[in-house]
Design a protein around this ligand. Structure first.
Ligand SMILES: NC(=O)c1ccc[n+]([C@@H]2O[C@H](COP(=O)([O-])OP(=O)(O)OC[C@H]3O[C@@H](n4cnc5c(N)ncnc54)[C@H](O)[C@@H]3O)[C@@H](O)[C@H]2O)c1
Ligand SMILES: [Zn+2]
Length: 368
């Protein structure tokens, strides 16, 4: 499906080193050789989401073994609750039993939950060992597997303990997506579309031209759309590794309201990408009322999100609670919420001067 040689979607440059992001069909069979080409020569400790077991996890192990790399496999249950200290402790015990050393490496096979958890384990085991991301959900491919943010949750909150620990290689076999539930797939597309909206008018146009084919993974363009979306995130991460500049925050488009919505509804009602879609729907209405974008762009964004079966509203969610949660979002600094807003297609900026009254009006429209 993918022509030879064009699998290299991006190269991420960071203070911890440079790594490649490969995106293509059937790539898992090349995991061993690509791992070697990335400079790793120890044993491989594969940790996979049990939903991907046995087929995909075994495929990863087989590929390592074929390249002469000794490997061990452990599976973890599916679900956000697995991103915990308890599971990390299980992983440490397993690594200790098998005497994993500094030159050995971990391999995460699964969605963002697996990637974050395994990355966290890799960041902390022996004060840091290398790891490889093999993301299997679309959300993990276009977002979570890139950029080195790794974390676990505490009962007190999500992602409270973690590190910046960059992978040595990100290998994305798009064939994995064939078994991903459609709702998860669309939720992943939300983040990919977001990349177009904030930074790449051409990617946005690509989505608009071909939504139905991309959504159904028909033809070849859907792989190109993933590659391009990956490239945008990789570029952002390379230019603003620690989110201290003005770029990485743009990825937060739709997330102020999105995170608030997830918190208010208890992380059950909406998948992350769905909450982000509703958040983008709020953000573009804010931008419109601020006089930053024409009504036409509101229509364009709405219609594109709808074509990917993504929700634009969250009827029945209490606006007061949503507003309070919006203020509590961790991207708030010094009181005023820093909104990521569009100025045009493929062009985002941040604003701290959005009046709360205006936010409330929009939230009443979106939720209420
Ligand atoms: N590190 C980052 O920069 C970053 C960015 C965004 C999100 N995240 C984190 O990522 C996590 C969400 O990631 P996610 O959406 O991938 O969730 P996930 O890992 O829970 O995967 C979603 C669901 O799909 C299943 N699944 C995964 N791949 C599959 C496949 N190929 N076939 C069938 N089922 C499959 C999983 O078992 C799970 O049930 C959250 O914990 C979030 O905090 C991290
Ligand atoms: Zn997100």
């Amino acid at each position: 499906m993918t022509g030879a040689g064009n699998e290299l979607a991006a190269t991420v440059r960071t203070s911890q080193g440079t790594y490649r992001v490969l995106v293509g069909s059937g790539l898992i069979t090349r995991l061993g050789e690509e791992v070697k080409a990335s400079g790793l020569d120890g044993r491989g400790f594969v940790i996979g989401d049990s939903a991907l077991y046995p087929a995909s996890v075994r495929a990863a192990q087989d590929a390592l073994e074929r390249a002469g790399i000794t490997s061990h496999v452990m599976t973890i249950p599916s679900g956000e609750q697995v991103k915990s200290l308890d599971t990390a402790r299980h992983i440490y015990a397993w690594l200790a039993r098998l005497r994993a050393e500094r030159r050995d490496f971990l391999v995460a096979v699964g969605g963002g939950v697996t990637g974050d958890l395994v990355g966290y384990a890799a960041a902390t085991w022996l004060r840091g060992v290398p790891f490889v991301q093999v993301p299997t959900s679309l959300a993990a491919m276009v977002d979570a597997s890139l950029g080195g943010k790794v974390a676990i949750n505490l009962p007190e909150g999500k992602n409270l303990v973690g590190a910046f620990h960059q992978p040595k290689l990100v290998l994305q076999d798009v064939d994995f997506l064939k078994t991903l539930p459609p709702r998860e797939l669309n939720s992943g597309w939300a983040e990919a579309i977001k990349h177009g909206l904030i930074l790449d008018a051409d990617l946005l146009a690509m989505f608009e031209r071909d939504a139905e084919n991309l959504k159904a993974m028909r033809g070849e363009r859907w792989v190109d759309a993933i590659r391009r979306s990956v490239a945008i995130k990789a570029e952002v991460v390379s230019s603003d590794e620690f989110e201290t500049g003005e770029t990485r925050i743009l990825l937060n488009y739709g997330h102020t309201t999105g995170h608030a919505l997830e918190a208010v509804t208890g992380y059950g009602a909406f998948l992350h990408g769905e909450a982000v879609a509703i958040g983008m729907s709020a953000a573009i209405r804010i931008a419109h009322r601020m006089g930053m974008v024409a009504g036409e762009l509101v229509e364009r964004q709405d219609s594109l999100l709808r074509r990917f079966n993504l929700p634009l509203r969250a009827p029945g969610v209490p606006v007061d609670k949503l507003l309070a949660a919006t203020r509590g979002d961790k991207k708030t600094r010094g009181g005023a919420i820093r909104w990521v807003l569009l100025e045009g297609p493929g062009k985002a900026t941040t604003r701290r001067d959005v009046p709360e009254k205006l936010v409330r009006e929009v939230l009443v429209e979106i939720a209420g």
